[in-house]
Structure formats: C-alpha cells, structure tokens
Design a protein around this ligand. Structure first.
Ligand code: ARG
Length: 573
C-alpha cells in the first residue's frame, strides 16, 4: 500500500474510534495544494461533523489525537475549519523508494479485485473519413483502456464501427453509377464519399433517384448477393484505411464488431421489448416511453426502437450490443467514448436497458467530450472549410516535428530524425487532446502543442531523454538503490512521485487522462528544479547513488505515465 493510502486507512481507523457508527468511505487523504500546510490533507471530517451537529474543529482535534502515524509523519495537525494536515517524515520515504528502485512497485498497486471493463471507442463509419470526433474518441478511449489495464483490470476494447444503415442505399447506387475504379484504388474512402455525396445531392432533387437508392437498400437487407458483395468490399476497404491510422496511432482493438454484427438480434429484441410491455406501438413505430419516476428526466424523450417503416435504428443496435456484451463478457462496466452530441442517445439507451435487464449489475458510463476548435474559435476545419481528416492531421504533425528536430539536430541521420519526428508529432497531437478537461472545447494550436516547454508531450519526452542521457554519460547500467535527502528539491521530487498511484486511480474512476498529464508535467517541472540544483554524476557517494535512484524512478514514471496516454518515449531526441 502506498503512503497516501496508508494515511487514509489510519485516518479511517481513528475516525471509527471517535465515531463508531460513521461511514468513513468518504474520508479521503489528498495531496495539499499548498505545501506550506503539509503534504496531505483531509477535508472529509467536516461533512461527518455537520451531519451529527458536531463542531468540526473539535472533531478534527479528537480524531487527530487518536491518529497514530508517527512512523510516517513528522507532524499531524488539525487546522482551519476542521481539516487535518499531514507532513511526511523523509525517513518514511526511504523503504518505499528502495523497494521501487528494486522494481517491486512503481508507486501504484494493481487492483486486488480486477474488474472486467468493456471500452467502446473510436467507432468510425464505413465509407466516410474519420473526423475530429473520431480522433478524440480514439485517443481518449485508448488511454482509458491503457490506464485500466495498467491497474490490473481485464479490459476488452470493442470498435463499434458504423457498417450498417440507410446510407448504404445511396452508397450502392453511387457505386454502380459513378464509381471511378482508379480513384477507388488510390483513395478508397474519398472515392466512396464522393459517390455518396453525388447520389445524396441527386436524391434531394429527384424522387426517382431516391426511390432507386431505397431499392438498393432493400436488396441489401434481403441478402441480394451482388449488393452484399459490394457492401463487403466497402467494409473491407474502409477497415483497411482505419487500420492504417490505428497503426500510426499505436491503437489496437480486441474486437471490431460493427453494427451489422447485431442485425439478426434486432427483431427478436424488439419483439421481446413489446412482449414484456417495455415498448409499445405509437403511430406505427415501436417506442419505449419513460414514464417511471426513476426516468423523469427522459419523460419527454421517448426512444424509438423500430421506425414506422419497419426499420431498426442506431438505438436498437446499441440495445442489442449491450445485451450481447453482457451475455458474452459479463462485464462489471461498459464505457462508451463519444462526443457530447450523443448524451441523450446514451441516456435513453441506458434507461431502456435498465428496464429490460433490471437485474444487471453492470456500470454504464458515457464518457463524452467537447469539440476541437480552430484558432478562429469555430469548429476545427481546413482552410478550404472542409472537415479535417485524421490522416492529414497526423501528416502535418510529423512534418512540423521533423522541421523542429532537424533544426535542433541537423547532424542526425535522416531516418533517425524521421523516427523521432513521428514519435514526437503523434505524441504531441495525442497529448494536446488528453491534457484538456475532456468536457470543454479546446483550440487547436500547432505551435503550442509542439512547444518544447510548457505542458506538452515534447516537453515530457524531452525530460525523459535528459534522464536517459545522464545514465548514458555516466555509463550507469544498474544502481544499487540508496536514498539520502539533502536538498529540498530532492524531497519535493520524491514526494511528488508518491502520488502516481492516487492519480492513476482518480483518472480511472473519473475517466480523465488529463489528471495524468498534469501529474507528469508537475513531475517534469520538479525534476528540472532538482536537476538544476543537484549535481548527479559529480555528487559524492552516497548522494550520487541516491540521486541516480531518483532519476531512474522519475524516468520510469514518465515512461509509464506517457505509456498510458498512448505516447512513446525516446532515448534521444
Ligand atoms: N459510429 C458512431 C458515430 O460515428 C459512434 C458509435 C459509438 N458507439 C456506440 N456503441 N454507439 O457517431
């Protein structure tokens, strides 16, 4: 157990002595924002006091008196309106760091009870380029999956691609009428998008075209071999393009069960909704009405699960998907990562599912995010006003990074410069996205996200390479861990590392990778302060070994932390 976790356990014990009946689950120990007060703090006694009509300061003082943390802290004080502050004893850090340096832990614990978590993310649509919303979903979803895996959970990633729906009527018609095979060869998604747009525009003017597109769709749905074959080709071509992007982004999925996978399940599902009285007919459609008190917020938002023309929709598929996932993987939790526009959709789907399977214990989370804005404050577009394509964005990131790398290191061989630029460029794009509070929109600025100082991926990657170069220069292969604290910067750096586990847990619980970004940035800042004030290789023993230990662990945390953001580190930049 880490030091903050131990403090928390002891605090709860003491609180139970003073208030035997209290629920201490909400008693948390968190790092102090202002280190003048201490290293850690709890504010959790105040609500306990309030609920009982007690004086919070008195309660804090009483709990403090019962608190035995002499082995960990120099100082524990009740303060302010009922806080307790803890200041760590440097000696308490020594065994923790020595164990970490021996590779026994990296300041976090694996889950004692691993959970099974399905993460549904990326999920682009066939025959359409991935847009900015899919980029964010891919980057954020991948990071959430990596964080949960690091913490020892069983994670199943499932790419719910849009490979079914009414758009295939127009796509098939466009394919048959307008397809340019050479264009399809060189850029399949662009060509499919082109013919789709052509037919779509025509449909608006010409009812006969609309009719023809509908007929193609019906043929596909009835299993017409020709249309089926073309559809399969569209899916295959699109997936090949998506896979190329995933490879560039270093993103893998355990499953890619597209919407079409659930087709055979839709009709029986809707029938059962009706048979069990959860859905009913309304104006020819089959609809779930939310009239129970628990679903009051959805009262005015009934969910159609079969349209009046008999077609099933996005929501029907999501319900079938949910049931399938529960039956197949028995997850404790399912996480959906999409943009904010789908909030209502998931609220409806989750509520309908709860009525259908009230016994299911699964936690359902819609992890939503805002939009990326251009420097003009409007949704991010190309200069020509088109939506930005992920492939182009990554190309530009790598190009810009290559320029910077070449300026800094003109003598490195080109292949190496390109490899560095790739890691730095892709890392910068991912980090710029992950460092944001995902629910707010953010402005995309090339020079900011590629800056070598400030809260950016290149800054953190650079901090890592700096440490790597210390070990290269000193020709240090292995170190025998020793810990002595002399300068305040050493202690400040070490204390920060202790919180890595807390940060990982919080990021996992709230689906917020930005907590990790902030933590790593702070780590790099403290490392800089340490490195400027404390010579490492030149220091006399045992200081040299101690400082090398700190360097080694800071590098490990940077690498692991960037790793769960899906960002790689380099030995040299
Ligand atoms: N394909 C959808 C879109 O592009 C996203 C799917 C999200 N996942 C889900 N299970 N609905 O908007």
């Amino acid at each position: 157990m880490g030091i903050p976790q131990q403090l928390e356990a002891r605090l709860r014990e003491a609180a139970r002595v003073v208030l035997p009946d209290a629920d201490t689950a909400g008693l948390l120990v968190r790092p102090c924002a202002d280190k003048r007060f201490g290293d850690y703090q709890t504010s959790g006694l105040m609500p306990l006091a309030k609920a009982r009509g007690l004086d919070p300061r008195k309660l804090a003082a009483e709990v403090c008196a019962k608190l035995d943390v002499r082995d960990l802290c120099d100082e524990v004080t009740a303060a302010g309106q009922g806080f307790i502050n803890f200041r760590l004893k440097p000696a308490a850090l020594v065994p923790v760091f020595e164990a970490a340096a021996r590779g026994e832990h990296l300041f976090f614990d694996k889950a004692t009870v691993p959970r099974t978590v399905v993460v549904d993310y990326s999920s682009p649509n066939v025959a359409k380029p991935m847009h900015v919303g899919h980029i964010r979903s891919t980057i954020i979803g991948d990071s959430i999956a990596r964080i949960l895996r690091l913490l020892g959970h069983r994670v199943i990633t499932d790419n719910h691609i849009g490979d079914w729906g009414t758009q295939f009527g127009m796509l098939l018609l466009g394919w048959k009428r307008y397809l340019n095979p050479a264009a399809l060869e060189s850029d399949p998604i662009a060509e499919m998008e082109r013919v789709y747009k052509l037919v779509n525009a025509e449909c608006e003017k010409d009812p006969a075209t609309l009719q023809a597109a509908r007929a193609e769709l019906v043929k596909l749905q009835r299993g017409d071999p020709e249309n089926r074959r073309l559809w399969e080709q569209m899916v295959t071509l699109s997936r090949r393009e998506f896979d190329r992007l995933y490879a560039r982004l270093d993103v893998q999925f355990d499953y890619t069960l597209g919407e079409s996978f659930y087709n055979p399940r839709l009709e029986p599902l809707v029938n059962e909704f009706v048979a069990r009285g959860i859905a009913r007919e309304s104006e020819g459609a089959i609809v779930v009405f939310f009239d129970e008190p628990a679903d009051a917020e959805l009262r005015n938002y009934p969910l159609i699960i079969r349209k009046s023309d008999g077609a099933f929709n996005y929501a029907t598929t999501d319900l079938a998907t949910l049931v399938y996932r529960i039956e197949t993987w028995r997850p404790d939790e399912i996480i959906y990562v999409t943009d904010a526009r789908q909030k209502l959709h998931f609220a409806q789907v989750f509520a309908a599912f709860r009525r259908f399977m009230p016994e299911a214990r699964v936690r359902l989370a819609h992890v939503w995010f805002g939009t990326i804005l251009g420097e003009d404050g409007k949704p991010f577009r190309t200069r020509a006003g088109d939506t930005v394509k992920l492939a182009d964005l990554l190309d530009e990131a790598e190009e810009r990074a290559l320029k910077i790398v070449t300026e800094k290191n003109p003598s490195l061989p080109e292949a190496q410069r390109r490899e560095i630029a790739r890691v730095v460029g892709i890392g910068a794009v991912k980090y710029a996205d992950l460092m944001q509070n995902r629910e707010t929109d953010y402005v995309f600025r090339w020079d900011k996200l590629l800056a070598l100082d400030g809260n950016t991926a290149p800054y953190l990657q650079y901090a890592y390479t700096r440490i790597a170069s210390i070990f290269r220069k000193g020709q240090v292969a292995q170190i025998e861990p020793r810990l002595v604290f002399e300068a305040p910067e050493e202690l400040a750096l070490a204390k920060h590392m202790l919180n890595f586990g807390l940060v990982l847990e919080n990021a996992a619980n709230e689906y917020r990778p930005n907590f990790i970004c902030n933590f790593l940035y702070e780590l790099a800042v403290r490392f800089s302060a340490f490195y400027e004030n404390c010579p490492v290789l030149q220091a006399p023993e045992p200081l040299r070994l101690s400082r090398l230990t700190l360097c080694h662990l800071a590098a490990q945390i940077l690498k692991t932390g960037l790793g769960v953001l899906g960002i790689r580190t380099l030995e040299q930049m």
